[in-house]
Design a protein around this ligand. Sequence first.
Ligand SMILES: Nc1ncnc2c1ncn2[C@@H]1O[C@H](COP(=O)(O)OP(=O)(O)OP(=O)(O)O)[C@@H](O)[C@H]1O
Length: 422
Amino acid sequence: MAPTGLAAHSIKGVTIHRCLSLPVDQQTTAKYSSLSTEQLLTLRKTLGRTRLFIIDEISMVSSLMLMYIHLRLTEIKSTNFPMGNANFVLFGDFLQLRPVSANPPFIPLTRLEIRNRLGSMGSFNLWHEFEYDELTINMRQKNDKPYADTLANIRLGNCEEQHLQCLSTRKFGCMSRATSEEITKLYCNLCKEGKVPVILMPTNDDCRLINNTLLKETSSKHVTLTAIDCLSSVVRNKRIEEEAAKSVSSFADDCKRTAGALTTLVLSIGARVMLQRNIAVDKGLVNGSMGYVKEFKSIPSGEIVSVLVQFDGQDQLTSIGRATVRFEALKEVYYTRKQFPLQLAFAITIHKSQGLSLECAIVDAGSRCFGPGMIYVALSRVTTSAGLHLVELDPSKIIADMEAISEYNRLRRILNFFHVLL
Ligand SMILES: Nc1ncnc2c1ncn2[C@@H]1O[C@H](COP(=O)(O)OP(=O)(O)OP(=O)(O)O)[C@@H](O)[C@H]1O
């Protein structure tokens, strides 16, 4: 299991939410809710006898999510033992990215989380149930020792002259920050050389800009796929109905408000896309799978009914039809949306890239980066410095999470490691 689709995909696993049927809320961690009898029976069939769970990218799992995993397993396995008395192996690095708007698992739950999310008066510290060990060999950058050393320093927030020198040779573009035209040009040139570059950007807005520019650059024939929306709550008041429609149109491209489904999806033949949901877990076609659009299938009226995608590592094309999602348009007024579960993926966020190993990446490690660990995650995706192409580098944004460093020092003292990290 892993917290994001792409991280789950890279270990041939599934997301924690999907595996344990945990409540989903795009904005924040949803309130914990117990399973219905039907769900409980289904999960008991699939997980009731599972004795070992492996979670990757634990740094992106919040302490609240860890508690939800524990609670879900106590339900499934009908026991009050920690983590449902199952064995757990957690992998990750707390000097990489933190959970979005939540605390990492080593920080105890806050009173507010206990009251508002668990609906409880008290809780206990699950983190102390785990034992710690360290994997000390860097396998990803094993063939580029100077780059591995630079990354080891950047991980701890150290960026000295020799590290800056190592990185500055990888900068492209005329000014301190490459323009979107320069990024597009480099991307196309790398593709011509037979490489499969991935563009890593700090925010969804940055990705949108680059994705749209590359879509224009790579094809002149674009296909617009508009979401099919309908009100799914019973609303007898015309005014509320109108307000709900207005609210939905104001979401525009904020797919966090619409359970991931875009209002308007623009694609073209050859566009790089990512799948947004699991469609065949056994074949590896899951949330996070990446591929290229090959064809659009339409019915005689002209309406497009499926998009044929060549997913990486698959022999055959996969036909993707519209998927249905439900989201809240106004308080307790729900909409149903039918949209193709695809998004453009020439560029993806650095958050999504955590866990990936890439041969070639165009990375924005500049002033738009935010939060500890972001630049380290972005730079450490590539196997050698030759595969790195820097849009911008802002050394002031190379920050290590001091809470994570003290936690590592605590764990290392328990394990009797000889030295603390900083
Ligand atoms: N024992 C090994 N022998 C050879 N290659 C390995 C070994 N372990 C890992 N690798 C390779 O090293 C790369 C990085 O491995 P992996 O993704 O497991 O690292 P990681 O510790 O999860 O990194 P991160 O947390 O930064 O994503 C991969 O390309 C993987 O195939």
